[in-house]
Design a protein around this ligand. Sequence first.
Ligand code: F6P
Length: 546
Amino acid sequence: MTLNKINPSKTKSWESLQNISENLKAQSILSLFETDPNRVSSHTLKWEEFLIDFSKNKIDQSAWDALYALADECKLEEAKKAYFNGATINETEGRAVLHTALRANKTSVEVEGTAIEADIKAVKAQMKRFSTSVIDGSHKGFTGKSITDVVNIGIGGSDLGPVMVVDALAYYKNHLNVHFVSNVDGDHINEVLKDLNPETTLFVIVSKSFTTQETLANATTAKKWFLNFAEEKWVANHFAAVSTNLKMIDEFGIDQKNVFTMWNWVGGRFSLWSSVGLSIALAIGYDRFEELLDGAHGMDKHFAEAPSASNIPTRMALLTVWYNNFMGAETEALIPYTQYLHRFPAYLQQAIMESNGKGVDRRGNEVTYQTGNIVWGEPGTNAQHAFFQLIHQGTKLIPVDFIGFVHSLHGDTSHHDKLMSNFFAQTEALLNGKSAEQVKTELLAEGKSSEEIVALLPHKVFKGDNPTTTLLMNRLTPYNLGALIAAYEHKIFVQGVIWNIFSYDQWGVELGKQLAKTILEEWNTKKEAPHDPSTKELLSYYTQNK
Ligand code: F6P
């Protein structure tokens, strides 16, 4: 069983959505509140400690119903079963997509006839043992000292998930300093190494493939640095590795007992729940890592069971389809109102854009409709003082997800009320705007002359009618964070199902890697390869000036 290959643009609901969108484009969001007195309650979902309010979006019930019908016509429920049951839905790589199995307490799922539960349990037990021994200090370095610093070396999914979560859960962190090195830029690793003590540093090399240039280069530099201070035999105490490629790890010289396996059925950008999350377990302790998994599992159950209309990830996904395919939006912003989630937009950029940035459908034909939406963002309130001007008064349609919490973690209610007053005020301003009449009254009250008012007025008007979704959770706990991440993961899945694309491969990252290899070879062998005129000129400028 695999995913159906249904062209969404040929469905009946696609056509209805086109008609509905034409009608809705001419209406304001505020007018939708006027025509539907129950709009807030009918557009709000509650689940555990989550509240999600879709009412400030340019969408009405007829559009939602047509979107649910589109999901049905694209066989979403069937696709969900295939996803959770381990079907080979990553068809171009011949793999199942089972990050959900990693967070279930029990799973009977099999991959190609082989049960996976025992393997998952064994790796989790190993992660627990190892992280506990590092945290409690019983794991010693080469001079008998306990570990103080952990350096996660990985890139893409082997970096973004762990670093996002470690930062997001900094409040729950223990004494270990956890660093992340990803870029092949030598300044990145050297900047981190310069402050580290080799006696008390543990490197965790994370690479699903263990062939990624950046990670291998950084791991080699780290090992070389370490061997300036200690003998080879001590590598066992200071290096751990996470990968599916056990042979390559062996060649790198990492002790088998510090090797944490993962599986091809876990996609890199969905892998923080696997042994890729080792640095998370080290930073917050294994039990809290399990709480993160529990939260994701809670969201998995909700997504698997709830019908589309009350399903948080499904509705989030359908809303993006609505804006992306029918309302002409090209990008979406995500604004977390907590500094802890400052890496969440970057993490989601990989998860969303590497997954759904595809221009060919599941039959291999070029798509004739928009797919992968562009996502971006920064935490509020900082974002307000950076790019919000464009959202308020620019010319682009940018739906925004506002993500906030009822309680702060340190309990400073004075700060938190200030933060959250901005959170609510921004969605209010984006919806309501400020009319010419209001601006005029204000300017008159400020004592401006009529000439000044005429000159200033158009610049101070806010058209409003900018769509936002408000996601309000109780508190940033490991559990709620797990559920939040899982909600966005399932959103990606639903969008891929509707768009009839393969969300779990990433062939588009290969070409640049290949060409970089060719350029490096040219430099090493001093033999020129053919290039376009611009690249040729740039390469020659670089080689002459370096
Ligand atoms: O180049 C993209 C990519 O393949 C991502 O999908 C992946 O998360 C990242 O590289 C790192 O890959 P690996 O974990 O195999 O080093």
